[in-house]
Design a protein around this ligand. Structure first.
Ligand code: C2E
Ligand code: CA
Ligand code: CA
Length: 402
């Protein structure tokens, strides 16, 4: 594995020397090695041909070969690294460039504003993982299924918890469990790096079961202190069509004496379109036994209103791509507003994920969204940090509106 920050090679392409230096400085402050730099597309292309570049941070507006032309050339050259679009241009322009890059088969990690926030930069850089074809090309050791199986056996895969709170009162309502691999030498590994491998290698059900067991044990502890806490877990699409995890879930709850009503299972929209019949059967059975069902990343996938109506969901989770700074963007706001109306009309609880600032919080509260999850409230954290988070949140969190 070569995902240590100091092993990743970065290239900053930005014509403005001052902005370039600021970004390079921020990258180094996050523990990455000194990035390569280029002042225009030509120079960047030449560098990419001479040396390995894992992540390219690309300005769009540059004299000569601009960002768009550079991306096209990179794609023709078979560039396999991650790309971060750095731009102060309007959201819809950057979105169009992102779609163009997707069409060229490039891997865009996300968009960074100017000036870049350090947190957002850290998040985008951390989201990069070498893809399989690169790994097979021998540019770095693989995470193999055997590594993951060993990690599972050694208890290195653990749930971290991100708080969910009421937008009306600020009250702590529950947590979403998010998988983390506490690797003995590489530190914390994000789920994007091992969940797809787990899905491909038949390890996803044991992994999820392991997380659920830990989640239920932790929930038991929180319930002793507050009976209103709920636990949300992510279910992979694989578990909706293969294996017997869904049946095991009920047994796990029974063995701990925890009512399924306290558990919400989050599935993405794309998960249940893979095999609608099979998914529908399993989701209906889970719902029948009392589990809550949440439609995750709502708005990014394939779901039609008809599917929403067909499937027994109890909660709708607005994807963070719409939520983030929705108060500054009329289009996002319109999407959120109509989705919330829809959710309320069909009796679904609404949860906004990815709330990062007060402006977004206020806007969602005004629109009557039920619950909020995001860095503004709290980052995902190990379970023993939740009590401290809660006491801080009670002291400083948003004051309920009259
Ligand atoms: P997700 O279910 O959509 O989870 C939300 C992701 O957004 C989490 O990333 C969380 O850390 C991040 N996030 C939360 N608040 C904010 C915010 O305010 N701003 C930003 N920028 N990000 C925020 P994470 O933990 O890296 O998980 C990524 C994805 O991996 C999850 O997306 C989920 O699809 C998958 N995943 C995580 N744990 C599991 C698991 O146990 N099983 C399965 N099947 N998938 C999992
Ligand atoms: Ca989720
Ligand atoms: Ca999501």
């Amino acid at each position: 594995m070569n995902n240590l920050p100091s092993d990743i090679s970065l290239l900053v392409v930005e014509d403005n020397a001052f902005q370039r230096k600021v970004l390079m400085h921020q990258i180094q402050a996050l523990g990455y090695r000194v990035p390569l730099e280029a002042a225009d597309g030509e120079a960047a292309l030449a560098l990419c041909q001479q040396q390995q570049v894992d992540i390219l941070l690309c300005d769009l507006r540059m004299p000569g070969m601009d960002g768009m032309a550079l991306l096209r050339r990179l794609s023709l050259n078979g560039f396999r690294g991650g790309i971060i679009l750095v731009s102060a241009l309007e959201e819809d322009v950057v979105e169009a460039v992102r779609r163009m890059s997707d069409a060229y088969g490039l891997r865009v990690l996300g968009r960074l504003d100017k000036p870049a926030s350090l947190g957002r930069l850290a998040e985008l850089l951390a989201s990069w993982a070498p893809d399989d074809s690169r790994q097979q090309a021998g540019t770095g050791p693989l995470i193999e299924a055997a590594d993951l199986a060993r990690a599972l056996a050694l208890g290195e895969i653990v749930p971290w918890y991100q708080p969910k709170v009421s937008l009306a009162t600020g009250e702590w309502l529950g947590v979403e469990a998010l998988a983390r691999w506490q690797h003995p030498t590489l530190g914390i590994i994000a789920p994007a790096r091992f969940i797809p491998l787990a899905e491909e290698s038949g390890l996803i059900d044991p992994l999820t079961e392991h997380l659920i067991e830990q989640g239920l044990r932790d929930l038991e502890g929180w319930l002793a202190a507050s009976s209103t806490i709920r636990l949300s877990m992510n279910l992979s699409s694989v578990s909706l069509v293969e294996g017997d995890l869904c049946d095991r879930l009920l047994a796990l709850c029974e063995s701990r004496g925890i009512a399924p009503e306290l558990i919400t299972l989050e599935v993405t929209e794309s998960a249940f379109v893979k095999d609608l019949g099979q998914s529908l059967e399993r989701l209906s059975r889970l719902r029948m036994h009392g589990f809550g069902l949440s439609i995750d990343d709502f708005g990014t996938g394939y779901s039609s209103m008809q599917q929403l109506n067909q499937l027994p969901f109890t909660e709708l989770k607005l994807d963070r791509s719409f939520v983030d700074r929705c108060h500054e963007d009329p289009v996002r706001l319109a999407i959120i507003e109509s989705t919330l109306i829809l959710a309320h009309k069909i009796g679904l609880k609404s949860v906004a994920e990815g709330v990062e600032d007060e402006g977004t919080w206020d806007q969602l509260a005004r629109l009557g969204c039920d619950e909020c999850q995001g860095y503004y409230v709290g980052h995902p954290m190990p379970r023993d940090q939740l009590a401290l988070w809660h006491s801080r949140w009670r002291a400083t969190g948003p004051v309920p509106r009259a």
